[in-house]
Design a protein around this ligand. Sequence first.
Ligand SMILES: [Cu+2]
Length: 224
Amino acid sequence: MAVTTPLMLMGCTVAPLSTLDPAGPHAGSIARLWWVMLAGAGILSALVFVLLALSFRRRATPGRAKAGVWIGALGLAMPVAVLGALLIYALLAGVATLPTPAADTVRIAAESRRYGWRFTTTSGRASEGVLHMPAGRPVDLAITSVDVIHSLWIPRLAGKMDAIPGHTNVLRVRADRRGTYRGECAEYCGIGHKDHGFTVIAHDAAGWAAWVGGGTAGNMGGER
Ligand SMILES: [Cu+2]
């Protein structure tokens, strides 16, 4: 385990679906949260093992400390302090991913079905299975479904958001650089779920203007 975990983490850094290789600020805050949670778990585990060792010492020398000290000060105060700090950090990280008003926001409708995705800009430009978006700008995906519940997830750009029939959820997505990314359905939706993915092409400003203006998908700044 001690050997395989670092190798797995190293492998993740080159994987197209790795949350530990973020390509935008929202995915970045989620990745930081993962590392902070790992550190918190490590600190808590270390403290528990220290207490365990002290308890064996105490058993060897009875009467040195009262039970209330162990249970109250260490058994309660220690996890409350660590978990409380992690809770506050997680709440702040969650707030940072919300679709707050921004002047240059682009809104794109994302409609899911078994087993495809259709993306439509406010100008009416639509694409099947490929999300075209601008890089370096906030993009609000208005997500819904025409059949069952799906979930839109672009691991390197943002967290997950459910696609619910008859309801629209908004997910803020942002890519720092132009490039090609991978999106998946993250909610089991039927026998074809494993193939219910899509490609994301984040364009530079010229490429995005060409796409919205009716250009073809090829040669518009989609390469990384
Ligand atoms: Cu699905």
